[in-house]
Structure formats: structure tokens, C-alpha cells
Design a protein around this ligand. Structure first.
Ligand code: 5RP
Length: 267
């Protein structure tokens, strides 16, 4: 692999643990002011010390994140639709030159396998893989699930493998049971990270992270289950303990609770 590409990937996936805690805050590109991210800077800046990388759009970055940050940026470069319309109708919104100006460590777009605009979203991925290759910028492919998609290993394996075949360097997908290990295997050497999905109980989210790692994922790209938690710092620290320190779910939950009580005591 070319030096710049490898260097950028090493900024995202810790070369020592070979794991990654990415914080996803790109929701606004189709959801608007998502609950928990209305004031994105206030929500996200306290979490940055505990994230290995930040997944975000250029607009959110320029509005709410100070440029002195040392966190690697995984730049969302697709959009063009909203929750009011067909979700798969995405285009590439951000030029590779702007990604370079932003000093992105990776670029990312969604692929809607089975969606109305499946072909277009696969073409979007192919395009940013080609453009990224010109500048040594790796690509994270997001296997987005349309409303009608069943999130099972067969579907997620199909979607994830297509992303790998098109050239994605990292695949973001959803955890499923049973057989999540088959989704990971379908990706060959490409590292797999999981999205958190809709907000669930903290312990259940930690269990999902743990099972994903045990099945071979290298980490998480979690959003709502962190920033919509009643204790976002405690939650990201707990997720971090699972991903980087192989903590058990109970150990991680204690980290979340301990931070929660210190938050309560400060009130
Ligand atoms: C949508 C995305 C999201 O912005 C990201 O997956 C959301 O993370 P989470 O589900 O953990 O809130 O990439 O396709």
C-alpha cells in the first residue's frame, strides 16, 4: 500500500491494538438537527479526547470543530437527500480537493444495496475510491440500510462484500445475530466497524460492541448510542474499554455508571 494511504489508515485504526473507536456525528446531512446534536460543538468537543477518529461532514466540521483538533477526520462526502425522500438518492457532495484542504484522513459515502438508487450509490463509492487513490486517501464505505432491508448476515454480507470488491478500505455495517462473523469474513482483509444504530439501553449497546469485537470487527463507529446517552462521556469511555482493552460488558458498564455518578455529584 502507498505510504500516505497507510499512514492515514494508521491514524484511524490504532496500529498497536488494531482497533478503532470512531465517533459518528454526520447525521445532520440527511436528518437535520438530530436529537443530541443541535449544538454539535457542545455535544462533540467533550467526547473528542476519547475518540480515535471523527466521522463528520465538512459543514459541521467548519462550523463546530476547532481546526486545532488533532483527531483524524473521516469526511462524509455524500448527501443530496433527506429523511423526507428516498434515502438512497445520494450524490457526491464534496470534491476530493476539499477533502485534501480539510486534511481528511479518510472519506466516506453510503452504499444502498437493494435501494432504489443502488447502482448510483455503488458508482459513488467507486468514484471516491478512484479519487482517493490519486491523493492517498482511504475510503470508508457505509452499508446503509433502506427501510425495507432485513438486517441479517446474508444481506449485510452481500452489501459489505460489494463495498470491498469496489475498493473500500474500511467497511461500516450493522451488527446482526446470528452469524455476524460471516459478515466479517465476507470482507476479507478489509477492517469492519459497526454502526450503533438507534439509541438503545446503554448495557445493550455495550453488549453489541462486545459481540462485534468477538466476531472479528475492529471497532465501532457509534453515534446516537453515545451522544444521546444520559452520560455521553461515560458511554464513550465504556465503549473504549471494550474496544481497546477487551473489557467485559460488566466492567465497561461500571465505567459508564462510575462516570454517571460523578456527573450527578457535580450537579
Ligand atoms: C448513516 C451513517 C450515520 O451517520 C451513522 O451510522 C450513524 O451512527 P449511529 O447509527 O451509531 O448513530 O453513517 O448511514
Amino acid at each position: 500500500m502507498e505510504w500516505g494511504m497507510e499512514n492515514r489508515l494508521a491514524r484511524i485504526i490504532n496500529p498497536k491494538t488494531k482497533r478503532c473507536v470512531m465517533l459518528a456525528v454526520d447525521h445532520g446531512y440527511f436528518q437535520g438537527p438530530t436529537s443530541g446534536l443541535q449544538d454539535l460543538g457542545k455535544a462533540v468537543n467533550p467526547l473528542l479526547p476519547y475518540a480515535d477518529a471523527l466521522m463528520i461532514t465538512r459543514g459541521a466540521l467548519r462550523n463546530w470543530i476547532p481546526p486545532i483538533t488533532d483527531k483524524p477526520i473521516v469526511l462524509r462526502v455524500s448527501g443530496g437527500q433527506s429523511i423526507l425522500k428516498e434515502l438512497s438518492n445520494e450524490v457526491i457532495t464534496t470534491s476530493i480537493q476539499d477533502a485534501v484542504r480539510i486534511n481528511a484522513s479518510a472519506i466516506t459515502c453510503s452504499v444502498y444495496v437493494g435501494g432504489e438508487y443502488e447502482k448510483e450509490t455503488i458508482a459513488n463509492l467507486a468514484r471516491i475510491v478512484n479519487e482517493g487513490a490519486d491523493y492517498g486517501i482511504p475510503v470508508l464505505a457505509v452499508t446503509a440500510v433502506g427501510k425495507a432491508m432485513v438486517r441479517d448476515a446474508r444481506y449485510l454480507g452481500l452489501a459489505s462484500r460489494i463495498c470491498v470488491e469496489i475498493g473500500a478500505h474500511i467497511v461500516k455495517t450493522y451488527f446482526c445475530e446470528p452469524d455476524f462473523d460471516k459478515v466479517v469474513t465476507a470482507c476479507g482483509n478489509a477492517p469492519v466497524i459497526i454502526a450503533g444504530g438507534k439509541k438503545i439501553e446503554e448495557k445493550a449497546a455495550l453488549e453489541m460492541a462486545k459481540k462485534s469485537i468477538e466476531a472479528g470487527a475492529v471497532g465501532v463507529d457509534m453515534g446516537r448510542n453515545v451522544f444521546q446517552s444520559d452520560n455521553p462521556v461515560g458511554m464513550i469511555r465504556a465503549v473504549r474499554a471494550i474496544v481497546h482493552e477487551n473489557a467485559s460488558v460488566n466492567e465497561a458498564f461500571k465505567i459508564y455508571k462510575k462516570n454517571e455518578s460523578s456527573v450527578l455529584l457535580q450537579k
